[in-house]
Design a protein around this ligand. Structure first.
Ligand code: CMP
Length: 136
């Protein structure tokens, strides 16, 4: 069954720094995801810790928060049929080494940390993550 969903996407500092944001946004549009909202921002380490708090007990948490706050990011609300799963399919596996050919992380990811994009993993988290970045 397909249903129209919204999901949060982040283009991470490694991809923004390499001017990949336009290419990544074009890929979402080609794949029939609408970009409803987008903005380029830089967040503090405290904000990154709040955003990624589901990972706070993980050994990579500190590194993850330093990284996400290390430079500008592009945050987007994507909308489309099964947008949450679709975005995850388009991104590919978390570790670019395991990502399928043609996925964003395979094409652009440098490492498991610098994996170019983030996407919400569930309806519940998509709602939380969208309201984290887009207050209205
Ligand atoms: P993301 O989808 O943004 O969600 C959490 C991030 O933690 C993940 O992408 C990776 O960039 C990063 N990360 C670093 N090490 C790991 C790991 N061992 N397992 C999962 N995520 C990791």
């Amino acid at each position: 069954m397909s249903s129209v969903e919204q999901t949060l996407s982040i283009i991470k500092p490694d991809a923004v720094e390499r001017n990949l944001a336009d290419k990544i946004q074009k890929k979402f549009i080609q794949e029939k995801l609408k970009i409803l909202k987008t903005k380029k921002i830089q967040i503090s380490k405290e904000e990154a810790s709040e955003f990624y708090k589901v990972h706070q007990t993980k050994p990579f948490f500190e590194r993850l928060c330093s990284y996400l706050s290390s430079g500008p990011i592009v945050v987007m609300v994507l909308e489309g049929n099964n947008a949450i799963a679709e975005n995850r399919r388009i991104m590919g596996a978390t570790d670019p080494n395991n990502a399928e050919e043609g996925t964003l992380r395979k094409l652009y990811g440098i490492s498991i940390d610098k994996n170019s994009v983030h996407g919400s993993d569930s309806v519940e988290n998509a709602k939380k993550e969208i309201s984290f970045f887009f207050k209205d």
